[in-house]
Design a protein around this ligand. Structure first.
Ligand code: HDE
Length: 707
């Protein structure tokens, strides 16, 4: 509420108590109201949660004058603080750190031959979605760019109920059986006795568990690849991981694997860049997604499927029910069937991104589960954990979780029931109420009529026993650069492991994956001899390499969705800056100006160019390519400024294109930067744009000793 102009402080002095106050009281009542009133606007009346209008939101109720004790009677203060005290809910036990957006999914190719699910058969229908990306190991407040798997969860609000496709950016998993999930998660999270490391797999307990779990070796190859250090959430792939079933109207089943393909192409960072991004911007991925959506540059993914029959599956040289195995695209090609576009940032982080609850068991008629034992465990876990995270059985009524189609049943009561069900009948069968909900055989969900003929037992199938062939397939399918990154990642991770026998056991496993990889890692760790390989239950097979598993060859040479930084200072040549900006924006990039002062720089044309980022707080790690445009004087000055020299040196080390004019050469020199194909004259805008679309992979061996 608007307050009156405060009376002079002298007239508001507390009545004399006869004692001299220790300090003169300054009555600041109304000061905050005054200041915010100057900001203008029309504002609704502030009330308590009970709707009581509030007169003063700055000061608590005091007894005996402005400097007296605060009264317990102050129901406004108590309500405000009590609510605040309870504003946090338990974070997710895994995937706690996440970022989400709203969007739509549009089917472009019908799968009506295989399924009755309307979401997969009605071409052109736009289905609302809410998609959350996450890291796995770190807490809710951890950084965005650790080496980690990314979660990729999509809630489709279909006309037949919610379908949640809860996947990762890696098509396989660490373990084969849900029984091991608490163990693998405990091992990767911070160690229980010391409370660190946060959001990192590079520590003893994780690698100890892995060394004793050979089935994890394929996933380890993916985890050590550049897939786990993505440049942007907009450039990750997504995988449903497990085989699911599609069911037609007659109940016939076809197996399906789901894949998401980013339209921007896949794009990763290099490890040193990912590390430095952790310091540059904790929220790098979240901010990137936010800025893209706010700018109308909506990220999109194609949904593709691999379809195969039970008979075809029987002929695969691996078991598709084993979540540590993928189906090479060369064996079962991908068919693109639709596109998801994310075009709306949530209005409120907590209400939507934090409270959203995905569950692989949320499935619609026409789609069914397979017997993958990992999937079967997941079907239990998600609802179970959400009951405690969201506080009770009615969290499906929270707007972000509620189906957008009608839903009705006899489940009633419980914490936070938001609906007011009408009528006498809350049971079935019933005859008392004509509009009470009933099951229907025609429209209702039907399961696949699977025949099981075995005996009960706590067993693992023999068909799950080959732990190394696909790890080998993945490693051998990579380009030489990616193989070097993987070897170096393993050296980095194992160098943080204090226990020698754990390091040795991992290198032992690597001998089964690929002897050259084992040797490189052993050399990188400074081992005198290769440790012994453990006995393999099944000897690894050589599978035909799958180039589709690479990243580098499949990155798109583009500036679409990427960001170019231009470093300027007073006197920078205005025409050069303008030309670079125009060329980069013309190629689809977002351009940001960086200057030593946020107020910007007065360019050669005498005009002030405001900065988007201040040099010390905007390192070149946050850009995909950079340009440095400086007067001779500014170049000399900034060659003595570490932030500017690092700007150039890091861009060079992270294999990015650099455009630099004459004035900027002093900074390049201070950074020890030698000219190569990716270091161009700032006047060569065309050349710069070509090089900026890609990374300078040839430069890597000059700047880094990779394992
Ligand atoms: Fe999850 N997982 N998971 N997971 N998972 C959770 O559910 C679990 C697995 C995945 O954005 C939890 O609501 C078990 C594979 C994502 O909110 C929990 C097993 C894949 C998310 C859980 C797995 C995933 C989760 C924690 C082995 C890729 C984030 C919070 C049997 C296909 C969802 C929650 C979001 C979250 C259990 C393995 C993906 C504890 C028991 C495989 C993307 O229920």
């Amino acid at each position: 509420m608007a307050s009156k102009t405060p009376a002079p402080a002298t007239s508001r002095k507390p009545p004399s108590t006869g004692k001299t106050p220790a300090r003169e009281a300054t009555d600041l009542r109304g000061e905050g109201d005054e200041l915010q009133q100057q900001a203008g606007g029309t504002h609704p009346q502030l009330t308590t949660n009970q709707g009581i209008p509030v007169a003063d939101n700055q000061n608590s109720l005091k007894s005996g004058g402005p400097r007296g004790p605060t009264l317990l009677e102050d129901f406004i203060l108590r309500e405000k603080i009590t609510h605040f005290d309870h504003e946090r809910i338990p974070e997710r036990i895994v995937h706690a750190r996440g970022t989400a957006a709203h969007g739509t999914f549009e089917l472009t190719k019908s799968l009506s031959q295989y399924t009755t699910a309307r979401i997969l058969t009605e071409v052109g229908t736009k289905t609302p979605v809410f998609t959350r990306f996450s890291t796995v190991a770190g807490g809710a407040g951890s950084v965005d760019t650790p080496r980690d798997v990314r979660g990729f969860s999509v809630k489709f609000y279909t006309q037949e109920g919610n379908w949640d496709l809860v996947g990762n950016n890696i098509p396989v998993f660490f373990i084969q059986d849900a029984m091991k999930f608490p163990d693998v998660v405990h091992s990767v999270k911070m160690e229980p006795d010391r409370g660190f490391p946060q959001a990192a797999s590079a520590h003893d307990t994780f690698w100890d568990f892995i060394s004793l779990t050979p089935e994890s070796m394929h996933m380890i190859m993916w985890a050590m690849s550049d897939r786990t250090i993505p440049r942007s959430l907009r450039t990750i792939e997504g995988f449903g991981v497990h085989s699911f079933r599609l069911l037609d109207a007659d109940g016939n089943s076809t197996f399906v694997k789901f894949h998401w393909r980013p339209t921007l192409g896949i794009q990763s960072t290099v490890w040193d860049e990912a590390l430095k991004l952790q310091a540059a911007d904790n929220d790098f991925h979240r901010r990137d997604l936010f800025e893209a959506i706010q700018a109308g540059d909506f990220p999109a993914w194609d949904l593709a499927v691999q379809l195969f029959t039970e008979e075809e599956a029987d002929a695969f040289p691996f078991d598709h029910l084993d979540a540590t195995k993928l189906i090479p695209e060369e064996l079962v090609p991908l068919q693109v069937i639709g596109r998801m576009t994310l075009d709306r940032w949530p209005d409120n982080f907590f209400a939507e991104t934090e409270q959203v609850a995905y569950c692989p068991a949320n499935i619609v008629p026409g789609i069914d589960f397979s017997n993958d034992p990992l999937l079967q465990g997941r079907l239990f876990s998600y609802l179970d954990t959400q009951l405690s995270r969201l506080g009770g059985p009615n969290f499906h009524q929270i707007p972000v979780n509620a189906p957008k189609c009608p839903f009705a049943n006899n489940q009633r009561d419980g914490h936070m029931q938001m609906q007011v069900p009408k009528g006498r009948v809350n049971y079935e069968p019933s005859s008392l109420q004509a509009d009470s909900p009933r099951a229907s055989r025609e429209a209702g969900y039907r399961h696949h009529a699977t025949v099981d003929d075995g005996v009960k037992g706590r067993v693992r199938p023999d068909s799950f026993a080959d732990h190394y062939s696909q790890a080998r397939l993945f490693f051998r399918s990579q380009s030489a650069i990616e193989q070097a990154h993987m070897a170096s990642a393993l050296v980095f991770e194992l160098s943080k492991v204090e226990t020698a026998h754990v390091r040795e056991a991992i290198v032992g496993h690597l001998r089964h994956v690929d002897p050259t990889l084992a040797q490189r890692v052993a050399d990188g760790l400074g081992m005198d001899a290769l440790p012994q390989a453990p006995e393999a239950r099944v000897q690894p097979q050589d599978m035909a390499v799958s180039p589709a598993l690479r990243i580098i060859d499949r990155m798109r040479d583009t500036l679409q969705g990427r960001c170019v930084g231009i470093l300027v200072h007073d006197g920078s040549d205005a025409a050069t800056v303008k030309a670079l900006r125009k060329a980069a924006e013309g190629a689809g990039a977002m351009v940001k100006i960086v200057a030593p002062k946020l107020g910007g720089a007065k360019l050669s044309d005498g005009k002030r160019m405001p900065a988007d980022g201040q040099l010390a707080g905007t390192p070149s790690t946050v850009f995909d390519a950079v340009a440095i445009v400086l007067s001779a004087e500014a170049g000399k000055l900034l060659s003595r400024e570490a932030a500017a020299v690092d700007w150039a040196r890091d861009a060079f080390g992270h294999l990015k294109a650099i455009a630099a004019d004459d004035g900027a050469q002093a900074v390049l020199k201070a950074g020890g930067i030698a000219k190569d194909a990716g270091v161009l004259d700032a006047a060569d805008t065309k050349g710069f744009i070509t090089q900026a679309k890609t990374r300078q992979w040839d430069r890597e061996k000059k700047v880094r000793m990779l394992a």
